[in-house]
Design a protein around this ligand. Structure first.
Ligand SMILES: *[C@@H]1O[C@H](CO)[C@@H](O)[C@H](O)[C@H]1NC(C)=O
Ligand SMILES: *[C@@H]1O[C@H](CO)[C@@H](O)[C@H](O)[C@H]1NC(C)=O
Ligand SMILES: *[C@@H]1O[C@H](CO)[C@@H](O)[C@H](O)[C@H]1NC(C)=O
Ligand SMILES: *[C@@H]1O[C@H](CO)[C@@H](O)[C@H](O)[C@H]1NC(C)=O
Length: 745
């Protein structure tokens, strides 16, 4: 294999290859049919995984020496002349049965000699980056059959280098395994490795385990796999599971187990790149439900649909239910019996992760108090990874919602490539709105023709036949029906609300008309202000993952008018209350607009439900709508932010003159100080951009906003710009190679 030899330098032969070294694949793989060839996104880094085996010997270091020598020498062309060929020929037949074992009878697993890998070196050398799958109980061949289609599919999408390693005790050759499963090396661009040691069939349990960890260490040294995928641990031998968990923990790699029987359901993971797969376990989701007054039907329907959803292979989200002051009997009984997460029959140790909060009865809730309560009901501990799914009691969720959310979050937030659009993603909605934010009009989702960056033609061609027209889209409108909000954006909302209320209370904020309909909760208006100031967008799906029911819908408590035609005496109280509201409210009670009850598609694997063969288009290609529902391009989107921010600062932030118009530095994206002017608080202007938009210098002025907004003092600062398509550092930093130490001890 001279081509492979050329790819590596000396250091790399010694196992120091790192992930920055990414040769393109050879012609064999480029010939294969690759979907979406025209897309901009290309092979990122690699993911790897594998399971291979090699062996080491805990108390017989000689074994390790042989392996390494064997691997190193097989790289060299001079190898064929072979000096000590005897060492590299694998023995056949059974090893000698030690006497002690003979005595106790039948077991065929008796061999405990040094471990050597005769078949691993040649393929390991062919590795660059890898994603590996491992197969083990080959006697049944079941794992091979389970994982092989997934490995081949992943190779076909070509975002990762895929490796598959065979471990275990059986001696069937790799070609035979492929044959039995109906695959040939030609139609599956996966690198296969036989990582079984010598005499694997006769190994005692401990030797088998050591051989698995030894193999994993070699694999790690050679290819730094980013993620490792294996079959359900319930189906695997205990020694294998132990070794894999221990080794991957030590290597700091994600070990993804595909739940038994769900191989088809998880095929969407083959469209993810190594950055996403290596962060498989990072994102966590918490569910937040706000139960409405005197109406338990919706809550019960929603929680039932959550219970019936698919959770195999994921951590079940924690659930917080905010209860009103008066709860009816049905809701009480239902919550008492509710087990969350749902327990299996014999499971007594799983703790419930359900949290109930119940309001103390009090006078009418103002929209400000309602918003505070809402924002206080969740706070992420890790802003990048802890997200919250806000569900209204009208929702009935699709069983695949968690698959969808994980897929989207991993793709857009954790991929090796990031973009401005991804940083600006406020969250992911499971629903498609039927009206505009103001509650009127008929919202029509954009179609593939509205996609940006000339991609629509390519997508139209590809989508021919299946669901033409529907595509996910970006919309600058937060939604309260069923939306996931990212942790960092939540923290920013928390900070924004703090400043926003402080500004209102000191009388600096004008009372403006609400844009969002009063049939929606009050926090939505505050979130919309922040969303517009920051240019954030929500990702909406092509087909909804939630059905919104109308029959139990209610006006939020904060916008209920106490005045009821019958009790005319209440009227003055109402008027008083309206006068204290932060926004100008309509005189009339709001009217609820019927939400279209869209059916969620019937059960099928996620990749078949999504358009574009389950592939997620890049965010800059998706159609983008402003908060008013107009289709915008990147330029107009920027203009909208530049136009809105000064207006916000002036009308609500308490800024005057140049304080309102001059660009400021946003040093921490979870802070919103740049939108406000408070007496005695420093303002950091971004001096790299002058009023007329000409770049002047990379210094910034720090000013103290006195009564006149006088500028005092100079401070350094730089404006931050995020370029599209810049690989995130750190994701794929090479892993330190601690060559062969641990195992000797
Ligand atoms: C491996 O396969 C053999 C033969 O089918 C079976 O008896 C054994 O239970 C399997 N091991 C596991 C852990 O499933
Ligand atoms: C988009 O189309 C225009 C004109 O058709 C072309 O000049 C431009 O290169 C295209 N851009 C991309 C990203 O394909
Ligand atoms: C509601 O918003 C839509 C879209 O922005 C607009 O066309 C419509 O006129 C608005 N309706 C009212 C009553 O303001
Ligand atoms: C963006 O949209 C505006 C208004 O529709 C248009 O004038 C402008 O040319 C567009 N910019 C680009 C880069 O397409």
């Amino acid at each position: 294999m001279p081509t492979h030899v050329r790819l590596y330098s000396k250091d790399e032969e010694l196992g120091k290859r790192d992930d920055d070294f990414k040769p393109r694949r050879g012609p064999t793989t480029t010939n294969l049919a690759k979907p979406w060839r025209w897309r901009k996104r290309r092979l990122l880094s690699v993911i790897a995984l594998l399971a291979m085996g090699y062996v080491f010997f805990q108390n017989i270091p000689v074994g390790l020496g042989l392996v390494e020598r064997g691997i190193a020498s097989s790289m060299a062309p001079s190898d064929s002349t072979g000096k000590s060929a005897g060492n590299r020929v694998e023995p056949t037949g059974a090893p000698t049965r030690p006497r002690a074992v003979l005595d106790d009878g039948e077991s065929s697993h008796y061999y405990d000699g040094p471990i050597k890998f005769y078949r691993l070196a040649s393929t390991l050398h062919a590795i660059t980056h890898t994603f590996g799958l491992r197969l083990q109980n080959l006697s049944s061949l079941q794992s091979a059959a389970n994982l092989m289609p997934m490995a081949c599919e992943m190779a076909k999408w070509d975002r990762n280098y895929v490796h598959m390693a065979f471990l275990g005790r059986d001696a069937l050759s790799v070609d035979d395994i492929l044959d039995v499963n109906g695959f040939s090396r030609g139609d599956c661009a996966v690198n296969f490795h036989d990582a079984r040691s010598d005499y694997s069939k006769y190994s005692i349990e401990r030797r088998a385990e050591v051989s698995v960890s030894g193999a994993m260490k070699h694999i790690n040294d050679f290819m730094h796999p980013q993620a490792i995928i294996m079959d359900d641990s319930e189906l695997e031998d205990a020694f294998f599971v132990r070794a894999m968990r221990y080794k991957t923990g030590e290597m700091g790699r994600a070990l993804i187990e595909i739940p038994a029987g769900r191989y088809e359901d998880f095929l969407w993971m083959t469209r993810l790149d190594s950055g996403s797969l290596s962060n498989w376990f990072k994102p966590t989701i918490e569910i937040l439900i706000h139960a409405p007054l005197r109406s338990s039907g919706g809550l019960i329907r929603l929680v039932r649909s959550l219970e019936d959803a698919e959770y195999a292979g994921f951590a079940v989200p924690r659930m917080i239910v905010e209860l009103p002051a008066d709860i009816d009997h049905f809701a009480k009984t239902f919550l008492k019996r509710l087990q969350w997460p749902r327990k299996t029959r014999h499971d007594t140790r799983t703790l419930s992760t359900l949290t109930l909060r119940r309001r103390v009865p009090s006078a009418h809730l103002s929209s400000e108090q309602a918003s505070i309560r809402f924002v206080e009901s969740f706070y992420p501990s890790v802003s990048e990874d802890n997200h919250v799914l806000v569900l209204s009691a009208q929702a009935e969720i699709s069983p695949l919602y968690l698959h969808y959310l994980h897929y989207v979050i991993l793709e857009y937030k954790y991929s090796s490539y990031t973009s401005t659009e991804a940083d600006r993603l406020l969250g992911v909605s499971l629903d498609i709105p039927t009206a505009f934010l103001n509650g009127s009009g008929r919202f029509a989702p954009p179609s593939i023709r509205d996609m940006r960056e000339n991609s629509s033609q390519s997508y139209l061609d590809e989508a021919k036949g299946d669901q033409p027209g529907s595509t996910p889209f970006l919309y600058q409108a937060p939604s309260a029906t069923a939306s996931l909000f990212f942790g960092d954006k939540w923290i920013a909302l928390h900070d924004f609300l703090t400043n926003r209320l402080a500004s209102s209370h000191r009388g600096a904020a004008e009372r403006t008309k609400k844009f969002v309909s009063e049939a929606e909760p009050a926090w939505l208006e505050y979130l919309l202000e922040l969303t517009r100031a920051r240019g954030w967008t929500m990702l909406y799906p092509a087909t909804p993952f939630v059905t919104i029911h109308n029959e139990l819908s209610q006006i939020p408590e904060e916008y209920l008018r106490e005045s009821d035609p019958v009790q005319a005496s209440e009227e003055p109280k109402d008027a008083e209350r309206l006068a204290e509201e932060a926004f100008l409210l309509a005189d009339e009670s709001p009217v609820i607009v019927e939400h279209v009850e869209r059916e969620t598609p019937e059960a099928q694997p996620l990749q078949d439900m999504l358009p574009f063969k389950g592939d997620l288009p890049e965010l800059p290609q998706l159609p983008s709508l402003s908060y008013t529902g107009d289709i915008v391009n990147a330029t107009t989107q920027e203009d909208l932010i530049q136009d809105y921010v000064p207006v916000f600062r002036r009308t609500i932030g308490g800024c005057r003159g140049v304080d309102a118009t001059r660009k400021r530095i946003i040093s921490d994206p979870t802070r919103t100080d740049d939108l406000f002017c408070f007496p005695g608080v420093d303002i950091e202007f971004d001096m790299s951009i002058k009023e007329d938009g000409v770049e002047v210098a990379h210094d910034a002025l720090a000013a103290t906003a006195g009564p006149e907004g006088a500028v005092e003092g100079v401070r350094h600062g730089t404006s931050k710009s995020v370029a599209d398509g810049v690989p995130k550092n750190g994701e794929e930093a090479p892993v330190g190679v601690e060559a062969g130490k641990a195992e000797h001890e």
